[in-house]
Write a protein that binds this ligand. Sequence first.
Ligand SMILES: [Fe+2]
Ligand SMILES: [Fe+2]
Length: 443
Amino acid sequence: MKKVMLVGIDIKTKEELVALLKHVEIFSLKTYTEKLDPPVSYLVDLIICGPPQDSTPLQMGQFLRMKNASTPMLYIYRDRKTLKCDRSELIQNGFTGAFLLPLERGTLESKILELLSSPDLPIKQYHPVKLIDLEVGTKYNFDIFLYLPLNNKYVLLCRAETPLDSDRIDQLKSKDVSSIYLRTQELQKFYDYIGEKLRSLGQTRSEFYTETRDKIRNAVRILLNDLFEVSLAPGNRSAQESLKHLQEIIKSYAMSTASGHMYERFLVFTSDKTDSYSHSANVSTFAALFSLGLGIGMPEELAAAGLLHDIGLIDIPEEIITKSEEKMTTAELRIMASHPELTLDILKKKKLQVSDMISKMILQHHERHSGKGYPKQLKGEQITAEATVLALADRLDDLTCIGPWKKVHSLKEAVWALEQSGEFSTEFLNKVLELFNCEGRRN
Ligand SMILES: [Fe+2]
Ligand SMILES: [Fe+2]
């Protein structure tokens, strides 16, 4: 059984960690200098530390690192002010990673599961991916493999730059598109290929409009297909992997557009801001994919708005962010409602220029069809279609990710939950369900 040591973790955080760390033996220390009896308890698989009472996080990191040369150590904190140093200094002083709660809970959970997963798993050489256009004559710039489960072997189906012929396509279709494999080192080529393919489809002009729209919808459907009905929680590795592929495809897509250099700046800006950006990365990916699939707005703008939309939360006090909106007082709700505006202030201060549409999406991402959103209680048509797509992506990530005291939905259940809540119009949600070839719960 794996062993985890918690050092200086408050009760609330401990409860959350215990719920996550099932089938793991847990030791708790109040302070890192506490004498261990027997000292052998230091031989654990992971150490998770909270802010020390009587010294600095750096002293704590150095001390524990001296005792444990190779055990991964994570530092978690709820109040930015207690950090008293840069996160890079924490890493230099022995920690493996640092996470601000609750903002980075999702990434922390993935990291813990990754660190506790068996170290002797073989390094994966082949990755399953989904190809979006199986047409005679298509040339891919990577080798395509099939996996034969009976022999536990990967066989080359189509060499790079060789056109797919109809026999091979039939073979692929009979195996189901999701079971195509690529070499790990060729994954970037795959992301770039799909990103570019989606972009070129999006640029096809009017006379082929209907046909192209069908192709794009189909492509998005294929890409999202195996994620629709499963849990996206960190424990579901294949879903996490598919999500990661989608993020890379959207990154590649957005970077290849005219505003690609801006997008790259946003990526750098958001990643070094929090060290991890799982919520914004997921929202960015979902928003761009739904923009493509529903034919609303420019996917690269949705991707950018997704990355940036919640930066303003940094200026909202911890105790407000950790509450659910139903439990907030009117004053707290007012403060929370200012975060879209605060996001724009931060972008302005950092001289990160965004288009009018991106600003509008950020400002309206908590407005709701029913008029019960914030900050302006806009209703129905008053909300820009693009902002509705961003809001959908934001809600879907929220409903599908792990959190204390909440049910984790699959994407399909999440759309059904939104049907009940009245946050989005029935017409809009029907289009989303149509994209997945799925019926609503009301039907
Ligand atoms: Fe938000
Ligand atoms: Fe958000």
